[in-house]
Design a protein. Sequence first.
Length: 610
Amino acid sequence: MKIRNIILYFIGALVFCSCDDMFVPADENTRQEDAMYEESNYAHGLLMYGYDRLPYITTTQTDIATDDAVTNLKTSNMVNLATGSWAANKENNPSPISQWDACKDGIQYVNKFLTVVEHVKWAPSAVSKQQMFTDRLKGEAFGLRALFYYYLLQAHGGYADDGELYGVPLLTEPEDASSDFNQPRATFAECVKQIFADCDSAVNLLPFDYADISSPTDLSIKYNAEITGFNLVFGSRANGLMSAKIAEAVKAQTALLAASPAFREKSGVTSAEAAKYCAVVLKRINGLNGFDPKGNIWYKNTTMLEPSAAEMPEMLWREARHKNADQEKENFPPTLYGNGRVNPSQNLVDAFPMRNGRPITDPLSGYDPNDPYTSRDPRLSDNVIYNGTTFRRSVIYTGTYPRVSDKGVVEYDDNLEYGSTSTRTGYYLKKLLRDDVSPLSSSLLEQQHIYPRIRYTEIFLAYAEAANDAWGPTADPEGVGFTAYDVIKAIRERAGLGTNEVGIPLPEGDVYLEECAKDQTKMAELIRNERRIELCFENKRFWDLRRWLLPLNEDVYGMKIDRDDETNVLTYTRIKVEDRVFDNSYQCYGPIPKEEILKWSNLKQNKGWK
């Protein structure tokens, strides 16, 4: 849901006017700007168009181009990209892999807004309200610009043939018909510096959270305001807008990206700095004391998903709640009237450890390849539907043998590769889906959903990654109050690792974690795996593999399960499902769109791209 649909209040009812092309003749531009100064709704529309360009997506898309999943929709542009067609031209570098157009549009809108915000009559009859509105809206614009540049760096930053690490053209003023559009790319480090500056500007102007106050003692000394006026500007009605905590999180995300192996040599940011920026965000919630014990299964917390519910402690920033059955219609198994689109891979399933915390490759794990789903990490059954899973009171069979329905009907629909909506891997998606939804059109039952933009778990994992890289698993030289080890321990305890099937702690506890705590390299591998598991299907894996300089071309596997009809014994066979055709020598860095390179001679392409 677009954010403009949840903030229809701004000095009364907002009217979102369509913006004409910003490059129309100058005399019309002058008229438009004059109108903005007098018509606050018109001026605010510029900022709202910036919000409309937010890069977040609410469905699983980029994961199906990684080793975590495939899709049975073989015409998907992500399938084409992942199987060898990724190129610099726009047709073969689609959104959300390319962020060039949407994010540059967003920057243009917020840059234009920043030139008018101090001249607009937001509340001309109240000096304090005028200043509060001006400050808040400026803060939002700075935060949005930082976010757009972060996503541009993630998608398009890279090394050119001259050996320099570049970002994107750095624009802090709006372009118009008289602008020189032939701008060179700024260095990656210069872009990071600008993002940090914009985040700091946003933090200085915005509240940490938007919340109503009831006592004069809670009023900011910065403004000579009354409670009613303060709540109008900084109160709960502004929830969902850019805030100080979001800007701090964007700074932390940018720092982690810059300190990652793909960029750290010339980004100007160290892992120690990244850890400290993450710690700033986490200290706001009192560190691990603010860790949500149910944060990994927020999508199952149906009570908290309702509009009347309080905010989930796991959510730092999220999409607005929306009531539908779209995700379920796309991803439920066919026997539950879904299209089964996202198929988790055997690669991902293998990444989930045993319940005792050990990887399945560990000889001490107890993993049985002839009984592969028993005594596994509980997060596996939270996120993935595998053969024999009971879901919506129905047993899902993904093998090659049929299911007999309650009505005695023999069904093969959920079977591996049975039909166009059947699984290609032997698995169906479970994460993000509500089991109380009915996607069948004749008995449609929709429910409330949310999609996270930034989860606190992501920032905890970012801190663990950076802190371990900077100081090791158990060191805390900055006095943050927790270590990389502490974070991973909390995440694994929340998952129920180191316990038996009924949740009782095993006598030995999480021995594997304790082993990793003594080895920085082993802990780094564990942190990356925990990030993979915790954030799966949230469009993180594609970017993580690239910034870690890990192979993009890992082939994707599935599980074929046959049954002996006489003995009912199941046989499990690992099968290759899809080749990943990436060139690891250069495709960890995404291209600048070829169309832009052809238009502007000062733009340098990342090496390897044509």
